[in-house]
Design a protein around this ligand. Structure first.
Ligand code: F6P
Length: 327
């Protein structure tokens, strides 16, 4: 066990994700369990630079396991990309005696921490917290399950009104570079077509598929579009299809940031709790410079380089299934 660590700083960074609070709680309580002090750094790297650091105790993280968002707030910091910004951040950590870090965030967070770790050598571990599920080295990221459930719930509601009015809806879900939310919502929401950035689909293929529905007297339909779609976002696709279609009445719904909020599901709470414990135990067992992941239900630690230089490949089986089921 690494006995040189005495004060652990924890922060959330990048886009928020449901379950971040459960992860903070687990980090705080595990640190205290191992007799370490623990500090919350507000607003991610921006708060580290500004010195917004607060001492946390067992009770500071009571009543948060079930809450969405993050009590530590989140930011995407420009200043931390500069050596001057990182120097200020390091000075503030030193001033507070913080000698180890746990970061909860996505790939941008990890890239920042890797540079900082290499420059200042402060023991550091990351946890994957993003709704996108686009991080290598883990089957699931904290927040993905909740976001997908939220989106599917919304899609079900849209389906009700789509059927009542015989309408075709283009529904946009999040996922700037990743189709994980999209493909899973497509399957669970019964979409006729799902468009994700990892798959090459032409406009012609999309339109032909929708025309088929018209020819077979299909009255209503749902198309799920991931925001990272390479052939256009939901609004563009709807407009283009409307120019050549006079069968369907077409509507668009962009689910947007509602997918980032809400109480985390049981799955995200348990995942975040397991990962939070593993982060602190990893720090104390000399696993610095890694990200905690879960693969085949086992906790694993992979180096920052492995995580940053690899992609979480899309689930090809999910793509195959979605095609079979949308005939
Ligand atoms: O990375 C998570 C994510 O929700 C993406 O799916 C989305 O494209 C992006 O964040 C939105 O970021 P912002 O909150 O800065 O608009």
């Amino acid at each position: 066990m690494n006995n040189t660590i005495s004060k652990i700083g924890v922060f959330t960074s990048g886009g928020d994700a449901p379950g971040m609070n459960a992860a903070i709680r687990a980090v705080v309580r595990t640190s205290i369990y191992y007799k370490k002090e623990v500090f919350g750094i507000m607003q991610g790297y921006d708060g580290m630079i500004a010195g917004e650091i607060v001492k946390l105790g067992v009770r500071s993280v009571g009543n948060i396991i079930q809450r969405g968002g993050t009590i530590l707030k989140c930011a995407r910091s420009k200043e931390f990309r500069t050596p001057e910004g990182r120097k200020k951040a390091f000075d503030n950590l030193k001033k507070n005696g913080i000698d180890a870090l746990v970061a909860i965030g996505g790939d941008g967070t990890f890239a920042g921490l890797k540079v900082f770790y290499e420059e200042y050598g402060i023991p550091s571990i990351c946890l994957p917290g993003t709704i996108d599920n686009d991080i290598a080295g883990t089957d699931y990221t904290i927040g993905f399950d909740t976001a997908t459930n939220t989106a599917v719930d919304a899609i079900d509601k849209i389906r009700d009104t789509a059927i009542s009015h015989n309408r075709l809806f283009f529904i946009e879900v999040m996922g700037r570079h990743s189709g994980y939310i999209g493909i899973n919502c497509g399957i669970a929401g019964g979409a006729v077509v799902t468009i994700i950035p990892e798959e090459d689909m032409t406009l012609e293929q999309l339109f032909n598929k929708l025309d088929e529905g018209g020819k077979t007297n299909k009255k209503s339909s749902l198309v799920v579009v991931a925001e990272g779609s390479k052939i256009g976002r939901a609004m563009d696709l709807a407009q283009k299809f409307a120019e050549r279609n006079n069968y369907f009445d077409i509507k668009v719904t962009i689910l947007g940031h509602l997918q980032r909020g809400g109480n985390p599901t049981y799955f995200d709470r348990v995942l975040a709790s397991k990962m939070g414990v593993a982060a602190v135990e990893g720090l104390l067992n000399n696993k610095s410079g890694t990200m905690v992941g879960i693969l085949n239900n086992q906790i694993v630690y992979n180096s920052f380089d492995t995580i940053i230089n690899n992609k979480h490949l899309i689930d090809e089986e999910a793509i195959r299934i979605s095609k079979i089921l949308s005939i």
